[in-house]
Design a binder for this molecule. Structure first.
Ligand SMILES: [Zn+2]
Length: 282
């Protein structure tokens, strides 16, 4: 699932490519994405991120919210309009993803298009007024952004939770932006076992964790995110952080600190990666 670094990379790409462009038509092939039809005629002012949500602000007081969920990603390309409507003629670098996975397209007034590719179709799209979107419960209850949260806020929010630190960091209402990949990276970095109860962490651990969260996510933004599966940036390119991973997806490989074999475990349907030696459960 795209997490903060991937979503940030996506909006950086979109802001470079499609600001001030007017949407002249739209296409979609799935009822849950049909609200994109309402964007026709609107001009894109800027694209922002709230947690993992992408918000297209228009020059009038409307917003299109896109959540990429598990496998979604937004691509910008210059495609042609075919006889039967919008048939994307794919640029080379997008070819691998495009067949059958594009579920909506925004056609812009300069010949470019924004396409939403989503293999699993879990993505979410909502169009509304500023008020309607900003008051959506899923945005209102989001915790502070993982790159901006203060140590005080981080500590207070984490210590309120009895569940594991792994589940707590994934909880977008505690802190927004962290998912499966970066939670394993953060906990490995600070040598905390993923199943440690959040409210049992001490002051030093919380301080280290808050710091590691920002360091790891900033570094991942610098490398334009992680593409271990579906994620691609707005130009269809893979993110470069996968080569810098120290925990996620490394089960069976030696820990970069102690060389003990890394493990993968599952809880509540989501898996995590950790070093059984560096990250002991006390
Ligand atoms: Zn280790």
């Amino acid at each position: 699932m795209p997490e903060l670094p991937e979503v940030q990379t996506t909006i950086d790409g979109l802001n470079k490519k499609i600001r001030q462009r007017r949407i002249i038509s739209t296409w979609n092939d799935w009822p849950k994405f049909s609200s994109v039809e309402k964007t026709q005629g609107h001009t894109i002012k800027k694209i922002e991120r709230i947690g993992k949500n992408i918000l297209f602000y228009f020059t009038d007081p409307h917003i299109l919210l896109v959540h990429m969920k598990m496998t979604g990603h937004l691509l910008v390309g210059e495609w042609k309009i075919g006889r039967d409507g919008v048939i994307p003629i794919k640029p080379k670098e997008m070819k691998e993803r495009i067949n059958g996975f594009i579920h909506f397209i925004l056609v812009l007034d300069d010949g470019k298009m924004v396409a939403f590719s989503d293999v699993r179709k879990f993505g979410k799209v909502v169009f509304g007024t500023l008020d309607e979107i900003e008051n959506l419960p899923e945005l209102k209850k989001l915790g502070p952004d993982a790159l901006k949260i203060s140590l005080k806020d981080f500590s207070e929010r984490v210590l309120k939770k009895k569940k594991t630190i792994y589940q707590t960091l994934l909880d977008q209402d505690v802190v927004a932006g962290i998912g499966n990949i970066y939670v394993s990276e953060i906990l490995w970095q600070v040598k905390v076992h993923p199943l440690t109860p959040a409210n049992k962490l001490n002051k030093d651990q919380l301080k280290e964790m808050c710091k590691a969260t920002k360091q790891i996510l900033s570094k991942a933004v610098k490398f334009r995110g992680t593409s271990v599966d579906d994620y691609r940036d707005a130009s269809g390119k893979r993110g470069g952080y996968a080569d810098h991973r120290l925990a996620y997806g490394r089960e069976g490989e030696g820990c970069k600190r102690c060389e003990v074999k890394m493990k993968r475990a599952k809880k509540g349907g989501r898996s995590f990666h950790y070093c059984p030696d560096c990250q002991k459960l006390n």
